[in-house]
Design a binder for this molecule. Sequence first.
Ligand code: ATP
Ligand code: MG
Length: 564
Amino acid sequence: MEPQKKHSIFIRDINDRDLANGKNGGRIHTRFPPEPNGYLHIGHAKAICISFGIARDYRGLCNLRFDDTNPEKEENEYVNSIREDVRWLGFDWGDREYYASDYFDSLYQHAETLIQKGKAYVCDLTADEQREYRGTLTRPGKNSPYRDRPVEENLDLFRRMRAGEFPDGARVLRAKIDMASPNMNMRDPTMYRIKRVSHHRTGDRWCIYPMYDFTHCISDSIEGITHSLCTLEFENNRPLYDWFLVELGIHRPQQIEFARLNLTHTVLSKRVLLRLVQQKIVSGWDDPRMPTISGFRRRGYTPSSIRNFCDQIGVAKFNSTIDMGVLENSIREELNKTAPRMMAVLKPLKVVITNYPEGKTEELEAVNNPEDPSAGSRKVPFGRELYIEQEDFRETPPPKYFRLAPGKEVRLRYAYFIKCEKVIKDPATGDVKEVHCTYDPETRGGNNPPDGRKVKGTIHWVSAKHAVSPEVRLYEPLFNVKDPNDFPEGKDIFVNMNPQSLEVLKHAKLEPALGQMAPGERVQFERMGYFFVDPKDSRPGQPVFNRIVTLRDTWGKIEQKRPA
Ligand code: ATP
Ligand code: MG
């Protein structure tokens, strides 16, 4: 795997300094800490590439740790999908797969230690009262009336919380820090709450659960993490993490924040993605339109294209939104070098070559990949009846239209020049049903004729007699505005959904070899884009094609379609 060049410059600076100073014995140990409450998305891919990439480049280690402190929303399905996605991206955590829930006993002990030090107390305020006491950004909080409970009473109550003596929500354990701190995270945050919910790993062993902030920093500490790399929104949590670790006198990793990834036309909120799945707006977390890693995988993206994208966008200290076109370019560039080209007519129009002998078939030579001579060539059947794209014919062509039109001549790729002689219409609707053409036998292979005549347009085609018609799926973004989070007050993000994000074509005409493609293979349909044989819905001899990406950036078009 290519080392990631440009990425994470600022993180490396710190690492180099630390390594030079001999901090942590020159060791680099990072982790990727997902909460198993949803599938990973492209933003997580960035975080994975950073943490695993740094570990790889510095010959360090990176753990996979599930931060599973919230039993209500966590499931094994998510754990499994996260493992699969990280591995698919090309990273390996060896035998270092950890769970915050494995540390519940240690965490409980650390909580008792803080109580004994007079640094934590059991608070009986209701949730509403706690909110009220907490203050606001402009107004300092007030001390809880339970804040000065004696250590013995706190210990007793905390143990009884654990023993299940109190109902859910009746009491919490809080850190005793500073209710007047300008940093809201420091205003005596909750460390434990009572919650009778089965946990995906610990079952019903616990009826109290540690809060994320308390758990996260101690988990990093237990694992000997040297650099905790996380997104910017955790900047204000850093003082709290440091407080816990300093008070407990345990190893303190260095936290370094980087900007979250945002993409145009895309929502990277697990909450919204979960709604899309639950409301069946998409077919699942791996729907090819989803910005999840599994969605991109099923769409046909390669792990290297996603890693290269993460490398290319780099790491910064300020949040910004990356154009979706950048990600698309990354897969386009890769497939341009690797994908064979074949011909497929997505929206067919029949062409009859009236001067071509009935019943005759020719095998014409077609190059598999002009970017890769080693890919060789293949034979494509040609006959009297063909299909071309509907959009490659215009009865009344606009200026500069170089494709087929009455009286006009075009080149059929690898075949012949044809000239449109006659248009056959459906008498009822007036729609063009067929186009009758003549061909020039002197142009075999698509070459210019001896008379030096030239044509401007080259179009693709498929022989009608030999064509196969697998299902082809075309995608557009799920959201048809650049910033889906920009919606009118009182409305929901779903007002920005694109109703045409999926188009299923049942009548496409493909050259015969495409009917034999295997699930997981990628191909360019000449002029129409890169396609992937869907690994889930394809059957032997019956591929289903997902369009990964068009050949050109089409985001401009989507912008135009956007309602005023
Ligand atoms: P939640 O709201 O459920 O916490 P989350 O997206 O933060 O959602 P986590 O499972 O906590 O999900 O994320 C794991 C790691 O991935 C975190 O360290 C987080 O900082 C990082 N991460 C999440 N979203 C992005 C993003 N858009 N860009 C870069 N990193 C991200
Ligand atoms: Mg999170």
